[in-house]
Write a protein that binds this ligand. Sequence first.
Ligand code: NAD
Ligand code: UFG
Length: 357
Amino acid sequence: MKKILVTGGSGFIGSHTCLLLLEEGHEIFVIDSHINSSPKSLERLSTIIEAENIFLNGKLHIYKGDLRDNKILKKIFLDANKNGGSIDAVLHFAGLKSVSESFNSPMLYWDANVNSTINLLKVMEANNCKTIIFSSSANIYNSKTPQLTTENSEINPVNPYGRTKAVIERILTDIFESASDTWRIANLRYFNPIGAHPSGFIGEDPQGVPSNLFPFITQVAAGRRKELTIFGNNWPTKDGTGVRDYIHVMDLAEGHLRALKYLLDSKPRLLNLNLGTGKGTSVLELIETFEKVNKVSIPYSFVNRRKGDLPITIASNELCKTCLNWTPQRTLEDMCRDGWKWQLQNPKGYFNSNENF
Ligand code: NAD
Ligand code: UFG
C-alpha cells in the first residue's frame, strides 16, 4: 500500500484512475479545484467500491483547492505524514485542456498548467517526494502524416495548450537531469481517451459546451444538443475528417497503475511514453460505430476546420507495451457502449443526477 497524491482526481481520467488505486488498496489524497469537474465523481467511487465489497477504511482523502495555493498543498503533505509514512508518489492530472480556449486565453493556460505544476514540484521537493506521473498529451507532437507517432517524433505543438504540456515536460526533464539519482518521472502522452467505467457510475462530465468530440456525440445522442458540427471534410485523411487514436479511459487508467508500479519498483529514471492503441479512427467512423453499437442516430453537419487541429494523430504504443507490459484491452465498440451507458444513466452529468439508480 502506498500513499498517493492525485491532482485533478475528480476529473474524467483522474476519477477512473482513483478507482483503480483504491481497488489496489492504496491510500489516496485528492486535490481538485472543481473548475472542470464535480465533487460527486469521488462520491460515486465509494458506491462502486462498496459494491465490490472493498472497505475504504479512511483511505480516500479529498481536498477542494487549487494547485497554485501553497498552503493547501503543504497541508496535504503534512496530513499524509500524521499516521506515519509520507506521500510516495504524485499522479498529476490537474490542468486545463481545451485547445480552443487556450487560443483565446493563453495566460490562463500558462498559469493554470505551468505555474500549478511548478508550485506542486516545489512542495514535492521540500517534502522529499520525487516520484511523479504527469498527464502529457499527443498535442505536444506536430504529426501531419498517417505514420505512427513515436516518442521520438518531433515535439512542436501547434496550440498554446500543447505548448504548456511540452514546457512542463521540459521542466520535468531539467529537474531529472539536475538530480537523476533521485527522481522518478513518467510523462505519459495520452492520445484520445473516451468511454467510461462499465458501471456507468462515473464518466466524462465537461462543464458547458463540450470541446471534445466524444462527449459532444453522447450529448447529441441524448438530445441535449441538436447536432454535431464536424470541423472540416477536406483533411488529407481517408474520408476527409480528422483521424485520432481513441483509447478507452479504463485502459488509460490501467496504464497509470502499471507506470506507478514500474517507477516505484525501479531505480530513478525519466520515462516518456505514448498511451494509445495504434489505431486511427475518423470522425465519421466514430459516429458510425457509435450509431451501430447503441442503435441511435447522430445528426451532423460540416463546418470549417477548427484552429489548431491536426489531420491525423495515431500513437505508436510499442514502447509502453514493452516497458510497462501494458496493452489496451478494449475496442472502439466498448468505448462507444460504455460512454453511452454513462450518458444515459446521467443525462445531465453529475448535476442533479439521481443518486439511487
Ligand atoms: P478534466 O478536466 O476532466 O480533469 C482535470 C481536473 O483538474 C478537473 O477536475 C479540474 O477541476 C482540475 N483542475 C484543473 N486545474 C486545476 C488547478 N489549478 N488546481 C486544482 N485542480 C485543477 O480533464 P481530463 O480529461 O481528466 O484530463 C486530465 C489531464 O490529462 C489534463 O491535464 C489534460 O490536459 C490531460 N490530457 C487529457 C486528454 C483528454 O483528451 N481528456 C488528452 C491528453 C491529455
Ligand atoms: N471534432 C469535431 N467536432 C467537435 C469536436 C471535435 O469535428 O465538436 C473533431 C476534431 O476536429 C478532431 C476530432 O474530432 O478531428 C477529435 O477532436 P477532440 O477535440 O475530441 O480531440 P483533439 O485530438 O483535438 O484533442 C484532445 C484533447 C486534448 C488532448 C488531445 C490528445 O482535447 O486535450 O486530445 O490527442 F491533448
